[in-house]
Design a protein around this ligand. Sequence first.
Ligand code: GLN
Length: 481
Amino acid sequence: MNLKISALDYIQEVKTGNISAEDFVAETIQRIKNVDGNLHAFLSINDDAVDQARNIDKKIKSGEKVGDCFGMPVSVKDNMCIKNSKTTCASKMLEDFVAPYDATVITKLKQQDAIFIGKSNMDEFAMGLTTEFSACGPSKNPWNVDCVPGGSSGGSAVSVSAFECVASLGSDTGGSVRNPASFCSTVGYKPTYGLISRFGLISYANSIEQIGPLTRTVKDSAFLLNLISGIDPNDNTTIDNKNENYLDNIESGIEGKKIGIIKEMMDDGIAPEVLAATKDAIAKLESLGATCEEISLDMVKYSVAAYYTITATEAGSNLARYDNLRYGYDFPLEGYEFNSYISKARRNFGPEVTRRMIIGGFVPSAGHAGKYFLKALKVKSKLTKEINEAFKKFDLLVAPTVPILPFKIGEKIDDPVSLFLVDINTVTANLTGKPAISVPFANSNGLPIGIQLMADSMHDKLLLQAAYALEQTVSLPELSL
Ligand code: GLN
């Protein structure tokens, strides 16, 4: 059984009867058993997966209508609710939380007969970019197990890259889909803000985050977007995309398109291997008929500071609900008065989440907001203005997804500022609501490098067309594991 096939190929194979969903899912579970002890992509596995696949095979045999996913095994970041399954956000705080309802993306994929193979590891509450901040221990990069897989959707990227599922859902607040996709050589796509419902996604910084697919191919991401996008009465930030089919015309190419190369995303601090790969990608885009020209987005240099100020503030309110009364883990009330009970409970946040809570309480507070929070909001609106201007001139923007190569586990954990700066190329898309995608592009001594393309809001179709075109120019080594 070839577990390396794309989602669309899997569907074709099952549809035509070449493989059964049950065999594929059973082998996927076996694969997880074989490799995940080492990689730690998963926090929990769906014990019913094989039975569910068998039922789908039965439906196919009896000619019943089967959903578009045909039992495709999908992993889901552990911050999205699946009814009756644990949803922990890789936090001790939620280690006992069993979701009472399905997130909208889950409902939609269930209707299409996807099989949720397991919940994937992440940085606690999606705060981080290496998966080292998971309270359950880090995931490892399948390309080099000494290195981080990126994050915060690290488990999602590892599971796709190491053939432990066909596709995954992650969430991207400041790069958490694109960063691990780049580090693990998968496609990672953050759609326009509002294109996918966040109902049932546990909020970190809800004004800028989106759910997004991690897949083996660009077409697979477009396919998943078709299934999970669109208006949702349960999330008032969702946008009506008129049932757009993102696979239609995906092969139409980028002849004549104008592409801006973001200067500030290729400045100091970029690794020479990443710079060389980006130059190569630009040459490939030009050979496809696009014209590329440098553009400066001045506000990018303040984007990381603004991002961490805004997200800490939102996280401060979003995580206030974890008082151990409505959500939390089990310990008895006896022997505590109100405040000491809650403060003991809240000590179960890990150190990174705690740091964000402290910053999130301070930066918007009276007397300080002007210096921090309001300034950050100004950067956000100026950056949005700049990028909107850029999209008057350019159809797309390009930059490396991450300025450096995957680094060693533990290397940056004690140096948060240098760690946060790794987000420099990804946070702009979140702060401005624009769609962005990371395409696996190069491999330097066994370590993957992704290229990021960005488009204007609701130009996701164009973005996917460009990503597909770029993807066709690449031939990458296969993972041996
Ligand atoms: N590294 C960023 C952070 O820690 C991004 C995380 C994300 O996108 N969820 O906030």
